[in-house]
Design a protein. Structure first.
Length: 367
């Protein structure tokens, strides 16, 4: 509960400032947005959210927030030709730059490099404003010019929220980095369980890395005692067609975030396996935090940054999908104490990091 006096103080401060949160994504996919809106809403601070409405479907649910929504509307799917995607992206960036210029924001939060890089280059208003750079994934860093601009974005930011300290292996050290985990307001919702004879392995999220997931399906497909479930959208059609030969693999399609707790109840092991490509190897996935929230055992790829930080926790089964050992996997699962919460150390660290992030965000708003 916010004290009335605190609310009035923040309202007074914000009477002198305009805040924009900017992201080139659909609201229902932009989970990191709520790191900011939850804090701002709790203090009655007004702000605008500039986003790309790619679905143009009002029936799609997303977490509500109090800020003013300003949408660039251009329908786009994963299956459209590249030229149309490029046209939509350019139109979106131009739209954002115009709104930012016209509204003269003085506090701007740029969500992801895909947003920050072109907006920073094209918008003098952004370059002259106080901004936070919210860095979530590796993107254009292999291009030396882009990497140089990204480092300039970091240096000139009030601070750069970074979702994985593993990214420092590419970006180098900076005193501007503040950890901002891929979860908002993490709560422990542990679900004590018992070992099942049949193990249900579940993935939820955006389905990418199709060739990699084909490997996973080949490992688990038609294995007695194993059920593999994919929940979410993305490149589902190709993967679904490939898996038609397997009787124990199912796809359930798009979902809303309020369904995740019910997914967790129906999950024995969370599938958090990704190919160690340039984008994914150093990342911290949202599913890692879902595992911590619900106390779920999970599969993690050997050689990833997640494997590095979770290697001492026996609830994380770190594996190489190309050399998967079923006998070892079954022994691991059967050895787990599913009645006891396994992620207390990780949970406490995340809560401490989130508290510091909130302090830095509020300091930014006051400046």
């Amino acid at each position: 509960m916010i004290k009335a006096s605190s609310y009035i103080v923040w309202k007074g401060i914000m009477g002198m400032s305009k805040i924009a949160i900017v992201g080139v994504h659909n609201l229902h996919l932009m989970q990191f947005l709520y790191k900011y809106t939850d804090i701002l809403d709790s203090r009655g601070i007004s702000y605008d959210v500039l986003y790309w409405d790619r679905d143009m479907d009002s029936s799609i649910k997303y977490k509500t927030f109090s800020g003013n929504k300003i949408a660039y509307r251009y329908k786009m799917s994963n299956y459209q030709p590249k030229w149309k995607k490029v046209k939509g992206f350019i139109g979106c960036i131009k739209f954002f730059c115009k709104i930012i210029r016209d509204k003269k924001y003085d506090h701007i939060i740029l969500l992801t490099t895909q947003t920050a890089l072109p907006v920073y280059i094209l918008s003098k208003t952004v370059r002259n404003s106080k901004y936070i750079f919210d860095y979530r994934d590796l993107t254009y860093e292999q291009n030396s010019i882009c990497k140089k601009i990204i480092k300039k974005l970091i240096t000139e930011s009030q601070f750069t929220a970074i979702s994985s300290m593993g990214f420092k292996k590419v970006l180098g050290e900076s005193n501007k980095f503040v950890v901002s985990h891929n979860v908002s307001n993490l709560k422990m919702e542990f679900l004590p369980k018992q070992q099942n004879q049949n193990i249900r392995i579940v993935f939820w999220g955006m389905i990418r890395q199709v060739e990699w997931n084909k490997k996973i399906c080949d490992v688990f497909g038609n294995v007695s005692g194993i059920e593999l479930v994919y929940r979410g959208e993305g490149h589902t059609e190709e993967l679904k067609e490939y898996c038609a030969k397997y009787q124990n693999i199912t796809f359930t399609g798009r979902y809303t975030t309020d369904q995740i707790s019910s997914f967790a109840e129906q999950t024995d092991v969370l599938l958090n396996l990704y190919a160690n490509d340039a984008q994914q190897k150093l990342a911290m996935t949202v599913k890692l935090y879902d595992a911590i929230r619900y106390g779920l055992p999970m599969l993690i790829s050997k050689g990833s940054y997640m494997a590095e930080i979770m290697e001492t926790n026996k609830y994380a089964y770190i594996t190489d999908i190309d050399n998967f050992d079923f006998e070892e996997f079954i022994k691991w699962y059967q050895s787990l104490n599913l009645k006891s919460y396994p992620y207390e150390k990780e949970y406490i660290q995340i809560k401490d990091d989130d508290q510091y992030f909130e302090q830095r965000l509020l300091q930014f708003i006051k400046e």
